[in-house]
Design a protein around this ligand. Structure first.
Ligand SMILES: N[C@@H](CCC(=O)N[C@@H](CS)C(=O)NCC(=O)O)C(=O)O
Length: 241
């Protein structure tokens, strides 16, 4: 149970720190030191088995929605790999959006919203964030390794702000999303993204205080998790490498 808990925390911490954080290291250490019999037997189904089971259980409505999305039509969806908007079937979009596989990278999301709002046809290619696996070598080499990346008419553009400006330039028309004064109007606001106040939102105490506003049962659980995070962190620090 403790192992399971450490592994779960390890995933969350690794996702937050974008790499192997202290919990991930503690889990590694435990894996090395614990005899195999002490490890939790992994009986989880494979992704393929889960996908097959999901498909077998889907309702007619869900199957209809999935095929609509697969054809490039319908409402915005995180599972869409093609968006055609007003273009006919078979149209080849000028834009490919390289985004994270789980659709939770906020930098990808802002480009995604822009493409949807402006109804710019695009394809989606999914690339692992490093907490989920490795990236293709070409992506590391030619695109700098960070998501999102957009390929526009065969040219790679990196960094979400540069991408959004390039898309505005190319597809601006009368639906520009830029403020009247251009980027200068929003430079200060954009700077807030890396401010300490924002980072502190990721701290456990902050999460607990937010949850307390909603549901006392959840806050009790969070407080326990927080306590256990701290004690694992303490023991990881005091364990020699
Ligand atoms: N300034 C960049 C930041 C992009 C960025 O930090 N992306 C993260 C994902 S949210 C990333 O690709 N991290 C590397 C990884 O996790 O593989 C932008 O605005 O596009």
């Amino acid at each position: 149970m403790l192992m399971l808990r450490i592994l779960t925390l390890g995933c969350a911490a690794s996702a937050l720190s974008g790499g192997k954080g202290w919990v991930g290291k503690a889990a590694d250490l435990l894996r090395q030191k614990a005899p195999p019999s002490a490890l939790v037997l992994d009986r989880a189904p494979t992704w393929e088995a889960l996908a097959a089971s999901l498909e077998a259980q889907s309702t007619t409505e869900e199957a209809g929605f999935a095929s609509l999305v697969a054809s490039g039509r319908g409402p915005p969806s995180a599972s869409a790999n093609l968006r055609l908007f007003d273009e006919p079937d078979g149209y080849e979009p000028r834009v490919t959006l390289y985004r994270d596989g789980s659709s939770w990278c906020p930098y990808c999301q802002k480009v995604w919203m822009q493409l949807e709002e402006k109804r710019i046809p695009y394809r989606v290619e999914r690339i692992n964030m490093r907490c989920y696996g490795s990236k293709p070598a070409w992506f590391e080499r030619d695109a700098g390794g960070l998501l999102p990346v957009v390929e526009l008419d065969g040219r790679l553009i990196t960094d979400s702000v540069s991408i959004m400006l390039a898309l505005e330039r190319e597809f601006g028309g009368d639906r520009s999303l830029l403020p009247p004064g251009g980027v200068d109007d929003i430079r200060d606001l954009m700077g807030l993204e890396r401010e300490p106040v924002w980072q502190s939102n990721l701290q456990p105490d902050f999460n607990v205080s937010v949850f307390e506003c909603f549901d006392t049962k959840i806050s009790t659980v969070l407080r326990e998790l927080d306590k256990s995070n701290r004690s694992i962190q303490k023991s990881a620090k005091s364990t020699p490498n």
